[in-house]
Ligand binder design. Structure first.
Ligand code: NAD
Length: 500
């Protein structure tokens, strides 16, 4: 706490995982104060929600441009409270800009009214309109502390909603920047607000008078949000944990597949929902894959200097999860090929980039989310075994298939039980704004991105309009009754009997 801080308030002071020093400070929003913030958001919605897309667009474009101009400032804040590699912080901003650019430009097109075909009621027209749902509550995690809340917020804002964001208590400064940048870019008062605090503030937001809750975080908390929403039937979007599988077939570019396994196994220190956390390699190319992956992983550094490939864990607990999962796997016969140790230094706690083989599905390492730089690899007989094992998971977020035969890749992708799949790449879906991103099973509900993402923040209002007389009257349905069962049966045969 600094000497100028109001001592009657509680403050959040995240510490740099690299230096242990205070990264900054923000006031906690007590759960009892959340309702007033939501009220202010609703007042702002009274104006923002009733603008046309053309009226909102200049504000959204100004916000997107201001974020682009502020990249160094944002990356510095991200690094200060997550300790991640500066390059990873900038890469996070590529994802942010991709969706800011897409939704700030295309909201009008994405939300234009959708006409329905009028068969068999030719005298009635029908269409669906998409109106902003109102105030959106956004609760987000620490691993991509600027990208994730901004990604959700831009979809809500472009749909015409106002937003109240609750960033993770571990990374409040990156979350606060979203409100600061929105105000600096000229966004009207109250359209973007941030509240701070731990799960209690998050729960207060989820229980408040918002019209939708978009939650990104662990499956455990996601289930609590779902249970709470069930009492009011409030719409929710859940982006939860993952246990992504990579399938490497005998006709793959094995060197690329091995480098991808290492890259997306350890990117952001493995602290990402779409990390490669399980690899299934067909026996014919297994030795080559392991040779290439070992070569690649041994070139990586953790915890050494500014050029390190991975940063420290944001919380020491995560190193313990890695240690325990690895110890259990080794106890059941797994073999550590590279890495395998926790490293505690005076600039953070790390886990070595780690490659493991001889694993199976009895191990937590192959079942539970790790959220650390561990890459377990399993040798499989063929495509069928790879697919069956990849699908043997309670999670269903993302996955990838590696083969030179694209058609084969697409067929396997269609059979994977996940919401998103990449053929000959990984993670790219998370940055791809034009198609939906979202998990199934324990990985989420409803999803975001694409047309579906922005539409999730709208009320789908369907309207019919009689062209000249009411269809129900022309059909003879009105009271007092003039037709009976024979009429309805004959009508059904006339309308549908001739159709093949
Ligand atoms: P977390 O679930 O612990 O916390 C997420 C947010 O929820 C935080 O802001 C936290 O304060 C808040 N929260 C905690 N309890 C709450 C409650 N009862 N009600 C309302 N809010 C509450 O997750 P985390 O540790 O910050 O993030 C890591 C998890 O997030 C991992 O499981 C990861 O896979 C997942 N994640 C998923 C995606 C995705 O797009 N699917 C993206 C990033 C991270």
């Amino acid at each position: 706490m600094t000497s100028t801080q109001d001592t009657s308030r509680r403050w959040l002071t995240p510490k740099s995982p690299l230096t242990g020093m205070d990264a900054g400070t923000v006031p906690v929003t007590d759960p009892g104060e959340v309702a007033a913030v939501v009220d202010r958001s609703r007042q702002a919605f009274g104006n923002w929600g009733f603008m046309t897309h053309a009226e909102r667009k200049p504000y959204l474009r100004a916000f997107a441009k201001h974020v682009l101009k502020s990249m160094d400032r944002i990356a510095a804040v991200i690094v200060s409270e997550t300790g991640k590699n500066l390059g990873d912080a900038h890469a996070e901003l590529i994802g942010t800009m991709t969706s800011l650019d897409f939704y700030s430009r295309h909201a009008a097109d994405l939300l234009k009214r959708k006409k329905g075909g009028s068969w068999p009621f030719l005298v009635t027209r029908g269409w669906t309109e998409y109106h902003p749902i109102g105030v959106a509550g956004i609760i987000s995690p620490w691993n991509y502390p600027f990208y994730l809340p901004t990604l959700t917020a831009i979809q809500a804002l472009a749909a015409g909603c106002t937003v109240v964001i609750k960033p993770s208590e571990l990374t409040p400064l990156s979350g606060q920047l979203i409100e600061d940048l929105a105000i600096e870019a000229g966004m009207p008062d109250g359209v973007v607000q941030v509240v701070h605090g731990d799960g209690a503030t998050g729960a207060a937001l989820a229980e408040s008078d918002t019209d939708i809750i978009a939650f990104t975080g662990s499956s455990e908390v996601g289930k609590k949000i779902a249970a709470q929403a069930a009492t009011t039937l409030k719409p929710i979007l859940l982006e939860l944990g993952g246990k992504d599988a990579q399938i490497v077939l005998e006709d793959a570019n094995v060197k690329d597949a091995a480098r991808a396994a290492v890259t997306f196994g350890v990117w952001n220190g493995g602290q990402q929902c779409v990390a490669i956390e399980r690899v299934y390699v067909v026996a014919d190319v297994y030795d080559e894959f392991m040779r290439e992956a070992t070569k690649a992983i041994k070139q990586l550094t953790a915890a050494t200097n500014d050029h390190r490939d991975i940063g420290p864990f944001i919380s020491p607990d995560q190193a313990e999860v890695c240690k325990q999962q690895l110890a259990e796997a080794v106890g059941k016969g797994a073999r550590v090929v590279a890495g395998g140790s926790k490293i505690a230094t005076d600039h953070g706690i790390y886990f070595e980039p780690t490659l493991v083989e001889n694993v199976d599905h009895s191990m937590a390492l192959m079942q539970d989310e790790t959220f650390g730089p561990l890459i377990p690899v399993m040798k499989v007989a063929d495509q069928e075994e790879a697919l069956a094992l990849a699908n043997d998971s309670s999670y269903g977020l993302h996955g990838s298939v590696w083969t030179r035969n694209k058609r084969r890749g697409h067929e396997i992708a269609s059979q994977m039980k996940t919401g998103t799949i990449a053929v000959n790449d990984h993670l790219i879906n998370f940055l791809y704004p034009t198609i939906k991103f979202g998990g199934i099973g324990e990985s989420g509900l409803n999803g975001q991105l694409g047309e579906e993402g922005i539409k999730a923040f709208t009320i789908h209002r369907s309207i019919t309009s009689a062209r000249f007389r009411p269809t129900t009257k022309l059909l003879g349905a009105w009271m007092p009754r003039r037709v009976g069962p024979r009429y309805w049966k004959t009508l059904a045969r006339i309308l549908f009997g001739w159709r093949r």
